[in-house]
Write a protein that binds this ligand. Structure first.
Ligand code: NDP
Ligand code: 8G0
Length: 455
């Protein structure tokens, strides 16, 4: 990659995947898959475009828009749209790359893609955001389609923005098609899509806990540290509470709240955080309303402030757990770490967790990567696509049951694949990061070969 511009996030995601494949027996059994990796690491196509829009003062504003159409071996490109000032090609390539293998793990027919813009919705009026969304879709709309590429929301894009983008697409094409997921529940959106990533994350961790305890333990009585306070974090927190766990933290880009009582952060508090986030406000304003129930820590991530915890669920953004924080969490007693966010842990943090998969003293630690643990979101997007194509609507129970089954399969696939390609020693947890990478990659590589993408 030496003749390429420096793309730190993409290189991190690529190396993370490549190193787990190289350190397994995959390339011994399939030496030809090295070629597949070389081909798969280059996106099929990248679309970059200008987005001009008018602010409330009537002045012109301009942003950079992107769609990375990374891999279509398994189906139409599928993945979210991120609106955040940190968006650049390196970030979107890392997200699109991870998306390919995650989508493979869902068992549904979806390729991998990601898009967005360096537009910051914070400090913008609703009308400005609507005008931006329409301007963005006026170009993106030329490159997507229900059988070509199906975007969805991500950081900074909720159901409201999806609605504005969908309306713009319909105006310019006259087509009502399932070209976006995360749509409104009464106009083609799937029930449980808003909840899917957070719920799916908790369903996945339930399997980790059950496997590790030989079926004896569950979320009941567990202390759970969560970061972020957006879509993923909110629904993960609500599901933890429903299953009898205690949520001890949440955070946002400005700081963290940590519970000061045994009751933790309750459902009512999460409800009021959800309301405040619709208005793009910060957690610090909620902390005042919660009084002595929480402590607000300005400018901090939660990990080193949560006290003893059993489970940690990063749910904000990439690289939000450092080596020092990983070590701190281990000292605090953490047993299970599962990423709700994409690439939530730095490579150094992953190494710390992975080196503790075996322990003679019964304190082994188990890490699950985002591409397995947060696959529930894109899985229910896949179910939304299926419902749109069939012009039907499933009930919440039907979708939730399918989500539970997909997360179970995703866990078991990673587990079994790790056992096959790494032969873990007695008493060692199989590596879910290696197993999930190998399972996702092998499926995509085989499909690419059959379609003549490499030979
Ligand atoms: P939201 O926009 O709903 O929430 C994002 C949260 O993360 C907010 O609390 C936000 O804080 C915080 N945050 C965002 N950027 C940063 C940053 N640079 N530093 C610190 N905090 C930050 O997004 P989602 O909940 O949808 O997404 C969270 C993560 O989960 C992302 O990594 C996303 O890719 C991943 N994911 C999302 C899925 C989905 O279905 N939505 C599916 C799978 C993965 P603030 O409010 O201050 O901006
Ligand atoms: O539904 C989606 O395509 C989607 C949206 C946001 C994030 C993700 C992801 O898997 O990271 C998928």
């Amino acid at each position: 990659m030496s003749n390429l511009p420096h793309e730190p996030e993409f290189e991190q995601a690529y190396k993370e995947l490549a190193s787990t494949l190289e350190n397994s027996s995959l390339f011994e059994k399939h030496p030809e898959y090295k070629k597949a990796l070389k081909v798969a690491s280059i996106p099929e196509r990248i679309i970059q475009f200008r987005v001009t829009w008018e602010d409330d003062k009537g002045e012109l504003q301009v942003n950079r828009g992107y769609r990375v159409q990374f891999n279509s071996a398994l189906g139409p490109y599928k993945g979210g749209l991120r609106l955040h000032p940190t968006v650049n090609l390196s970030v979107l390539k890392f997200l699109g790359f991870e998306q390919i293998f995650k989508n493979a793990l869902t068992g549904l027919n979806m390729g991998g893609g990601k898009g967005g813009a360096d537009f910051d919705p914070k400090g913008k009026s609703d009308n400005e955001i609507r005008r931006f969304c329409c301007a963005f879709m006026s170009e993106l709309g030329k490159h997507i389609g229900a059988d070509i590429d199906v975007p969805a929301g991500d950081i900074g894009v909720s159901g409201r923005e999806i609605g504005w983008m969908f309306g713009q697409y319909k105006k310019q094409t006259k087509l009502w098609e399932g070209i976006l997921t995360g749509k409104g529940g009464n106009w083609g959106g799937s029930l449980i899509r808003p909840e899917a990533t957070g719920y799916g994350l908790v369903y996945y961790v339930q399997h980790m806990i059950q496997y590790a305890s030989g079926g004896k333990e569950s979320f009941s009585g567990k202390k759970v540290a969560i970061s972020g306070s957006g879509n993923v974090a909110q629904y993960a927190a609500l599901k933890v509470i429903e299953l009898g766990g205690t949520v001890v933290s949440l955070s946002d880009s400005k700081g963290a709240i940590v519970a000061t009582t045994d009751k933790g952060i309750d459902a009512e508090m999460i409800e009021s955080i959800a309301k405040l986030k619709v208005d793009r406000k910060q957690l610090s304003s909620a902390a005042d309303d919660f009084g002595s129930k929480v402590k607000y820590i300005d400018g901090a991530r939660p990990w080193l402030h949560v006290g003893n915890v059993d489970v940690a669920l990063p749910g904000a953004t990439q690289n939000e757990v450092s080596k020092e924080e990983a070590e701190g969490l281990i000292k605090a007693g953490v047993k299970f770490i599962a990423e709700g966010s994409n690439m939530g842990c730095t490579q150094e943090a992953i190494e710390v967790f992975e080196s503790h998969r075996k322990s003679s003293k019964g304190e082994a630690i188990w890490y699950a990567p985002g591409k397995a643990a947060n696959a529930g979101g894109v899985a229910v997007s896949g179910l939304e696509m299926a419902q749109n194509s069939a012009r039907i609507k499933w009930t919440s129970e039907e979708v939730d049951d399918r989500l539970k089954l997909i997360m179970k399969n995703c866990f078991e696939n990673g587990l079994q694949t790790a056992k096959t390609y790494l032969t873990p020693s007695e008493g060692e947890f199989p590596s879910l990061v290696a197993g999930s990478n190998i399972a996702g990659f092998s499926k995509v590589a085989a499909a690419m070969k059959e379609q003549g993408d490499w030979w």
